[in-house]
Design a protein around this ligand. Structure first.
Ligand SMILES: *Cc1c(COP(=O)(O)O)cnc(C)c1O
Length: 428
């Protein structure tokens, strides 16, 4: 494949945008080479600036669950745009999408819309702190909750139980309020609770992790986490920015049968426009301004264009819930095909899958947390990524990301992907 125009566009972008991108993973740092510049997309196919066609397995990192340029979503946005794109005043459509979201998701009475998943998680933590009157939160290594300061924290060294900043610009003062636990290790959480009795406002978790590849919770882990939170009067925040409206109408809460206290959304809920949201029962949501003391706001929050895309998306998912089971079937089919190829290849590999999320790690031990995900052979991953790209298959350009399948993928596309892996595996 030729990436001439993408290379030129990347060079031009680097002159005026740091690293040439507006979000780091797009720069291909983890895999090397030149990022692909997209010209347009339809259904499951991306068309790049050099005229290459790629089968898309990232779906804009999740939102395009029905495929790109999905007609009802596009039409809703066009019609709305003609009537004005922002007012800074309430509009009826905000109530429509809120009503629909509350009807689809269990255990929530009210929802507040924001502009990104980052904003949703940041606001959820502030709300949890305000509601409980406590400062500390627990997060899990390898889980991503957006780029706000409280989440850019890595495990502290030695005996310290609190984290340290993992980006310059995050203060020690912020870091000391974020405690790091190990995913799928309930003892690591129990120890933090014991050492910080009565101080933990919230535990925030990706109920099915998607930011270290796909890492589902092991049996009993989420139940035990729920119990620990309840016993310590700590709020359990499910970050469903990836899983919300992807695993099913009710997201991970429904799939795992676990009740969260606050749920955050992003990605699918905006139908491809910049939308995030957080939701909870009345008692918690009524703590928010303007009726409660916890401040939170946004000039473009509930923006009519964004709400129209989100409403069109949720309406379709609500009316056609078979989309979720079809996606899970397609993902299982892909898994089976990958498994067949890789089991004959002599390579070490782990395939994790949950619903329409799947990933491959080139390692010989189960991938259940960040440490085991990090053991993967990254040189092999790079070759794998570029080999698949040359075959016209666009996978996440990092071993620490999940694939997101979309409804427009056909079994022919899946077969083509499996056949591509057959050729690529021989080169690894
Ligand atoms: C993508 C993501 C976020 C951040 O959302 P943005 O819209 O990129 O700010 C937060 N949490 C999870 C689990 C995510 O996957």
């Amino acid at each position: 494949m030729i990436y001439q125009r993408s290379s030129a566009l990347f060079a031009a972008a680097k002159e005026v945008i740091p690293g040439g991108v507006n979000s780091p993973v797009r720069a291909f740092n983890a895999v090397g080479g030149t990022p692909i510049f997209v010209k347009e997309a339809k259904g499951t196919y991306l068309y790049d600036e050099d005229g290459n066609r790629l089968i898309d397995y990232i779906a804009s990192w999740g939102p395009m669950i029905l495929g790109h340029a999905h007609e009802p979503v596009v039409q809703a946005v066009i019609e709305k745009a003609k009537k004005g794109t922002s007012f800074g005043m309430p509009t009826e459509i905000e109530t429509h999408i809120a009503t629909l979201a509350v009807s689809m998701v269990p255990n929530i009475d009210k929802i507040r819309f924001v502009n990104s998943g980052t904003e949703a998680c940041m606001s959820a933590v502030r709300l949890a702190r305000g509601f409980t009157g406590r400062d500390k939160i627990i997060k899990f290594s390898g889980c991503y909750h957006g780029h706000s300061d409280s989440f850019l924290i890595q495990a502290g060294s030695g005996a310290v139980t609190f984290g340290s900043p993992n980006s310059p610009g995050v203060t020690q003062g912020t870091a000391k309020d974020t405690l790091l636990a190990t995913y799928n290790d309930i003892h690591s959480v129990a120890e933090l609770f014991k050492a910080n009795k009565g101080e933990i406002a919230a535990v925030i978790i990706e109920p099915i992790a998607g930011n270290m590849g796909c890492v589902p919770p092991i049996a009993g882990f989420m139940e035990a986490l729920r119990t620990l939170c309840t016993d310590n009067e700590t709020l359990l925040i499910f970050d469903e920015v990836m899983t919300g409206f992807r695993l099913g109408k009710g997201g991970a809460q429904e799939a795992l049968n676990i009740k969260a206290d606050i749920v955050t959304f992003g990605k699918v809920i905006g139908g491809g426009l910049p939308v995030g949201a957080f939701a909870a029962r009345n008692e918690i949501m009524d703590y928010l301004a303007p009726i409660g003391p916890v401040y939170q706001a946004g000039t473009l929050s509930g923006n009519p264009l964004a709400m129209s895309a989100g409403l069109a998306m949720l309406t379709e998912l609500n009316n056609r819930p078979e989309v979720f089971s079809n996606l899970a079937k397609k993902t299982a089919y892909l898994h089976e095909g990958f498994e067949k190829v890789l089991s004959n290849s002599g390579l070490d590999y782990v395939i994790n899958r949950y619903g329409s999320m799947i990933s491959i790690h080139f390692t010989d031990t189960p991938v259940v947390d960040f440490a085991s995900a990090a053991k993967g052979n990254n040189e092999r991953f790079k070759k794998f990524f570029h080999g698949m790209l040359a075959e016209g298959v666009y996978l996440p350009p990092s071993a620490f990301e999940s694939y997101f399948l979309n409804d427009a993928l056909t079994f022919e596309d899946l077969d083509a992907t499996i056949q591509a892996l057959e050729r690529v595996a021989k080169t690894l």
